[in-house]
Design a protein around this ligand. Structure first.
Ligand code: SAM
Ligand code: SF4
Length: 330
């Protein structure tokens, strides 16, 4: 699949649920209304959809959510998708998780062929963790991380940089990740979904400032590692671990974008920062013949936009894309 700007689409992110056992302040309001189950793609439909994309050239598949590991029987989907790894069509099957269920599932994920997991963790302080995630249990996530390590999964932490919240923990996070053998990526807070009372301008902390602060204590060597996404990587010389910065607001990363996203209802988004989408559930449910589905996918890829329009400033209302991150998946 090649889009109109010559970019090869080889990376698919799939949200398998909009539900979550946490209520992170920048992601969800406390009283979220979730979709009725009938609107969600079944696990069989998700398998068929992902497999169609693999057949069309997708090499990397990331399962996300909401919290993917709280979806019932989700391991069935991982086992099914693992067959594409065995067949060599798929290079990588990964998952982004809040870590709460990793104690239960880390080994099984490894057995399905998963080798790397992204775990979202913004703080190493249990009280702050509670304040950020509202419903999360810090100890459970710590146990999950150890289970992942024990199972042989490579771990990368995703940490949203939040001004006044975790700005005093930067160095501690880098050191701790070094000790544990985890990579670490900082993410800028993005203007997605109306959260009611939370004000993103208060939370917004440009990663250029994070980077400058880190430079005071750590030697950061530029790394050639690229994922085709909005992350840029460095190697922390003192620990040997990778350090990434995801800066969708302050940098333009779109020229190398290789990815598209699917929501748990089967909407295909060609860009995280644009509202244009294609309904894949309709051809999925209309016919068992994959030709119709493939045609809709091809047509959608031909509409992939050149770039996003995120903006966060005092003149805007701070919500440039109305859907929540938990809808499209991180
Ligand atoms: N529940 C899983 C998790 O937390 O890793 C997967 C889904 S979550 C939506 C994916 C990522 O999006 C997480 O790393 C989370 O921190 C990030 N995220 C959510 N809302 C965000 C926002 N408004 N700005 C930046 N990152 C956000
Ligand atoms: Fe749940 Fe992940 Fe959103 Fe937190 S960031 S509320 S863990 S979906």
């Amino acid at each position: 699949m090649i889009d109109p700007f010559g970019r090869e689409i080889s990376y698919l992110r799939v949200s398998v649920t909009d539900r979550c056992d946490f209520r992170c302040v920048y992601c969800m309001s406390e009283d979220m209304t979730f979709l009725p189950k009938t609107e969600l793609l079944t696990l069989e439909e998700l398998d068929r959809l992902c497999s169609t994309f693999v057949g069309m050239g997708v090499r990397k598949l990331r399962i996300t959510g909401g919290e993917p590991l709280v979806r019932r029987d989700i391991m069935w989907l991982f086992r099914r998708l693992g067959r594409h790894l065995d067949g060599g069509q798929l290079e990588e099957l990964t998952v982004t998780t809040n870590g709460s269920q990793l104690s239960r599932f880390a080994q099984e994920l490894y057995d399905c062929g998963v080798r790397r997991v992204n775990v979202s963790l913004d703080t190493l302080n249990a009280d702050k963790f509670k304040a950020i995630t509202r419903w999360g249990r810090f100890d459970q996530v710590m146990e999950g991380l150890q289970a992942a390590k024990k199972a042989g999964l490579q771990v990368k932490l995703n940490t949203v940089a939040l001004k006044g919240v975790n700005d005093d923990e930067l160095h501690h996070l880098v050191r701790w990740c070094g000790d544990e053998g985890f990579d670490l990526t900082f993410i800028e807070v993005m203007p997605m979904g109306d959260l009611g009372t939370e004000n993103r301008l208060d939370q917004y902390w440009p990663l250029s400032m994070v980077r400058a602060e880190l430079g005071k204590e750590w030697t950061l060597d530029e790394s050639s590692h690229r994922t085709g996404g909005p992350a840029r990587y460095w190697t922390v010389r003192e620990t040997g671990q990778k350090l990434g910065f995801i800066t969708p607001l302050t940098h333009n990363f779109c020229e190398s974008c290789n990815r598209v996203r699917i929501t748990c209802t089967g909407m295909l988004y060609m860009c995280l920062g644009q509202d244009d989408s294609a309904n894949l559930r309709e051809p999925l449910r209309r016919t068992d013949d994959d030709t119709a589905l493939q045609a809709v996918i091809e047509e959608a890829i031909s509409r992939k936009p050149k770039g996003h329009d995120f903006i966060i400033d005092r003149d805007s209302d701070n919500v440039s894309v109305a859907r929540h991150m938990s809808v499209t998946g991180g």
